[in-house]
Design a protein around this ligand. Sequence first.
Ligand code: FAD
Length: 356
Amino acid sequence: MSDCSGGSCSTCSSCGSDDPDRLPPGMLKVYNLNQSTADGVLVWVETEPDGEGVRIADVSLELLSAARRLSDGRVFAVVFGGAEVKPLYPSIFGCGVDSLYHVREKALETYMPEDYASCIVSLIKRIEPATVLMGATLRGRELAPRIASELGTGLTADCTGLRADGRKLIMTRPAFGGNIIADIECLRFPQMATVRQGTFPKPEMREGSGTAIYWQFKEVVGKDIVSVERAEESGEDIRDARVLISLGDGIRDRALVDVAESVARKVGGMVSCSRSLVERGWMPRSRQVGMSGRTVVPDLYIAFGISGAVQHRVGMSAAGKVIAVNSDPDAPIHHYADLSLIADAGDILREMDRAL
Ligand SMILES: Cc1cc2nc3c(=O)[nH]c(=O)nc-3n(C[C@H](O)[C@H](O)[C@H](O)COP(=O)(O)OP(=O)(O)OC[C@H]3O[C@@H](n4cnc5c(N)ncnc54)[C@H](O)[C@@H]3O)c2cc1C
């Protein structure tokens, strides 16, 4: 039994040992926080339903390939789920992952923030990564603080940039309501960050191979799930759009949202918005661009009746070209636009709809 991982490795998952301290081959002993051997990057691979199976969330793909560039050490990944996750292995390894930990506990097939966090903590203590990365998704934002708190380490949430200085990670994010962009370092290992989608380019999909290890976690507390309802989604995501017709508080007639949808359809784009329209209930939160919304990288961003508050700008500053349509010549958005129209947003939208 000296080579046995206690039921955690991919080649031997049935030895039935109950010893929680038994380690997979080649692993270090239990993590001693703040010690100097921490190395490499661990990425939590978030999956999303995709027909009968699952797919890797775009932000996780971005992080997997960024992890390879950020670290000279090993790149680890952890994914939860049953057999439906196995077809994802080649894509995960294709991003440069050396070791993939697959948590296949039946009780963890349904997302549970407390149990997922404790399970990831157990893994972090074993593999001692210098860095732990997660998408700044709803789940990532829920899991990461729990993990950081259990480990007593720091977390930089909602990063819009990461770079490495040896094992040290420099994490960039808007701070003080978006009024400054701060570079943040964590004083101990593991350094944790949640990262916004679009911060790194999505990698070309290619297949690779590596070591897959079944990770056992028996301390599931669990909850009774009474029912699960899937929210209806169009499947479209403003983060994927090449052209965004974006609406702000200057849009005063609700019918203009339909006009904007029509224009967007004609140019093969999507409609997004500032927080004002979400607060008004005219647009869903999934369409909000900005600090508390989504970060978008379209080729063309047309802002109708948007002032250009910093909290909005941090979500669209990487757009290829920006056109601002605003009746106020002093609106800040004009400073960030490649083309400014001092005009009524409704007039321009209707004219575009007619012309197209
Ligand atoms: C912690 C925090 C997080 C935030 N997160 C976000 C976020 O993620 N996204 C976000 O968008 N905001 C966010 N905000 C809010 C942000 O500060 C601004 O309040 C918001 O972006 C303003 O939206 P707006 O530009 O649509 O509205 P306004 O600032 O009110 O601007 C409306 C603009 O429309 C112009 N206008 C008026 N009438 C017309 C017309 N007929 N034709 C053309 N132009 C016209 C006006 O000149 C004005 O410039 C956040 C704020 C905080 C404090």
